[in-house]
Design a protein around this ligand. Sequence first.
Ligand SMILES: NC(=O)c1ccc[n+]([C@@H]2O[C@H](COP(=O)([O-])OP(=O)(O)OC[C@H]3O[C@@H](n4cnc5c(N)ncnc54)[C@H](O)[C@@H]3O)[C@@H](O)[C@H]2O)c1
Length: 324
Amino acid sequence: MTATGDAAAAGPGEAGSGSAPARVAVVGGAGFIGSHLVELLAADQVSVLVIDDLSHPCGVSAPSTVEVVEADAGGPEAAGALARFRPQALVHLAAKGGVNRALRDPGDHVRRVLASSVACFDAAARAGCEAIVIASSGGAVYGDAVRLPASEELVPAPRSAYGAEKLCEETYLWTYRPRGVRTVALRYGNVYGPRQDGTGEAGVVAISSTRLVQGLRPVIYGDGSQTRDFVYVADVAAATRAALLSSAEGPLNVGTGRETSVREVVEGLIRVAGAEVAPDYQPARAGEVARACLDAGRAERLMGWKPQTALSEGLARTHRHFAT
Ligand SMILES: NC(=O)c1ccc[n+]([C@@H]2O[C@H](COP(=O)([O-])OP(=O)(O)OC[C@H]3O[C@@H](n4cnc5c(N)ncnc54)[C@H](O)[C@@H]3O)[C@@H](O)[C@H]2O)c1
């Protein structure tokens, strides 16, 4: 792996490029984002251990060089696998659904996601892991941000159970820093692309693509004017890899800096699909923020990362994936 960080741009407590880890554990590596990351790391000849309970796999098998342990991230089997594998870095991508699922039963969400994640961080630190990178959410932790694009300097103010849980995960993560673990929370925007589950509740691009392929009208909740920062999955996997290569610390936004309405995205998909349908407008859902857009300048300065995929190209690739 080649490091791409920017040492000159680093602030206090933040350095530029670090040394590349040879052994990486990817928790949730069988999922949508995880599968793309695992392929990147395997192509880099990194030794990869995937820990995944296979509750929501994306359906693509890991490369043959990758060891897969089926286990809850926070359980004894995962801790044992980490102690044996001794990863230099751990990427935590395990989660149980998005905003709506957490909203339905926030207590259950805390038990199944937060408790499992924190136990996993602890097992990683005990196994001698030098860096832990987690998937947070830029769309959820800032809430209705007072200034857009939201930068990491804004005080987070989640307005959903999902966002609150992400912020708690971050807070627990920072407690490992005094113990010598490099800690990074990647605050992803709205990630979209091939292999996302188009049958669930989250992921407007995947769900709309699936509906279009089935000859159904894409659904928009509310009037579609709500905005998001849509970032392509290959760019997100590259940002996550860059976090392993750099020695950046703390929260880092991973987005495009472009605010796009849900209506614009759905209409774009209808166009690339060549369909002659209009969106089906349904009542707005609770807990959703009105506008989201991320300033990823810090990720560029500290990790040398910038998104590469224009929305039109990403939507076309995603549609091709769902159509074939
Ligand atoms: N997709 C997005 O738009 C988006 C945006 C912001 C943040 N995120 C975060 O990025 C991460 C990855 O998201 P994704 O879209 O790839 O989700 P995903 O559901 O496709 O993948 C999650 C993976 O984690 C596994 N998993 C779930 N609970 C587990 C547990 N307790 N132990 C072990 N494995 C477990 C699932 O089987 C799945 O393979 C999540 O933390 C998610 O909250 C995603």
